[in-house]
Write a new protein. Structure first.
Length: 392
């Protein structure tokens, strides 16, 4: 444990046992395990059959390899139609893996499983403290190589926390020689219009002690495109968009975050593909030659990361159908059948039916659901167009 980072860092092997005992004696954790047994295992096991053996686990590596990795693979087998890693040739650890953000828990968890299979190493990942809706959640995340991204506070506190976070990420990459995952923005893009926040890049560079470009080079930033064919939380995201539209003061509660985590964890995701793009270091000298203005460099790096993520999306027929429906076109109609289109429209109707709010606006909800399924294709088309323009 490093005292400089003790309030945010992933738990060490020496902290493992105490944290595990807190988890397994938490009643809310038991409730979640019971839910997994019921929904994913069809009551073929009991909570005790999963929890009681944890009392005999004393080693972090055993917990990691035997329980967490195996558990995530079992979950993927039941909740996904295949879990695939593409672009493995682009991965060179240590690196900062910067991706779009779809699922609160599984983005980092599934990527960690895929990289563990490829390299034999687990990656570290950042988790916002807004997700610590119950005490066991923080313990579970930090016991699994997660570190805390502190949300909120005064301006002074946010600056201090940003510098600490930046320093910890740099420590993991340059000293521990580890892989680290972060989302490209705070929170998920509800409409799937994935964009890198410039403030994130500025935070990452804070601890570099060099100019902006050199500071980023040290982190070996490697974009990752995350694609789920279906988003289990799609109707919750659409519901949230209507609530925000109707009430500017509306804010998510900790219970809302918990429902999103549970729904994303247990829900059907279809084909699930993670694609590792080219590391950005090879492009950074060109950006530095283009401009010495720091703010312009930040903007250009953010656009570069976005372009690499967008061009590496895995596009499914649901995206093509949503694109044509949302934009009222038949651009991709030859790629899918009438039966597939009807099935997707029935799917959208079924998701709208799950929205449980007063004054439900079905027209608005349908538009937002189509928007979130079409945006990956919209952005990929634009990214290909931009890449061709830059190549000329």
């Amino acid at each position: 444990m490093n005292t400089e980072f003790e309030n945010i860092e992933a738990y060490s092997p020496g902290q493992f046992r105490e944290a595990l005992l807190r988890i397994i004696h938490n009643s809310e954790f038991r409730h979640i395990v019971e839910g997994i047994c019921h929904y994913q295992m069809k009551d073929s096991c009991t909570a005790d059959e999963i929890i009681l053996p944890l009392n005999e686990v004393h080693d972090l590596n055993e917990f990691d390899d035997v329980l967490i990795i195996r558990g995530l693979k079992n979950l993927a087998a039941k909740a996904c139609n295949g879990l695939q890693l593409r672009g493995a040739e682009n991965l060179a650890l240590p690196a900062l893996l910067l991706s779009n953000h779809r699922d609160i828990i599984l983005d980092a968890a599934f990527l960690s499983v895929l990289i563990k299979d490829l390299t034999g190493k687990r990656i570290y990942f950042g988790a916002g403290t807004n997700l610590y809706v119950q005490s066991w959640v923080e313990d579970m995340l930090r016991i699994n190589h997660g570190f805390s991204v502190i949300r909120g506070g005064t301006v002074h506190e946010m600056m201090r926390n940003s510098l600490q976070l930046s320093s910890y990420i740099r420590h993991l990459i340059t000293n521990e020689r580890a892989g680290v995952w972060l989302a490209q923005r705070e929170g998920r893009a509800k409409n799937s219009d994935d964009r890198t926040q410039p403030a994130l890049l500025k935070m990452l560079a804070m601890s570099g002690g060099k100019n902006f470009i050199e500071s980023l080079k040290e982190l070996n930033i490697t974009p990752v495109a995350i694609c789920y064919e279906y988003d289990p939380c799609d109707y919750l995201k659409a519901q949230e968009m209507q609530l925000r539209r109707d009430n500017a003061e509306w804010k998510k509660t900790p219970q809302d975050d918990f429902v999103n985590m549970r729904t994303g964890l247990l829900g059907w995701k279809g084909q699930t593909v993670f694609t590792i793009a080219q590391p950005i270091n090879q492009f950074l000298d060109g950006i530095e030659a283009q401009t010495t203005n720091r703010n312009e460099q930040v903007t250009l790096v953010a656009e570069l990361i976005d372009r690499l993520i967008h061009t590496n999306y895995c596009i499914y027929n649901v995206n093509r159908i949503a694109y044509d429906l949302y934009l009222n076109t038949d651009k991709f109609s030859e790629d899918y059948s009438d039966e597939e289109k009807a099935a997707f429209e029935n799917y959208i109707d079924s998701r709208i039916a799950l929205v449980d709010i007063a004054d439900k606006d079905t027209v608005f909800l349908r538009e937002k659901l189509l928007e979130m399924y079409s945006f990956p294709l919209v952005n990929q088309l634009e990214a290909h167009k931009s890449s061709r323009k830059n190549a000329r």
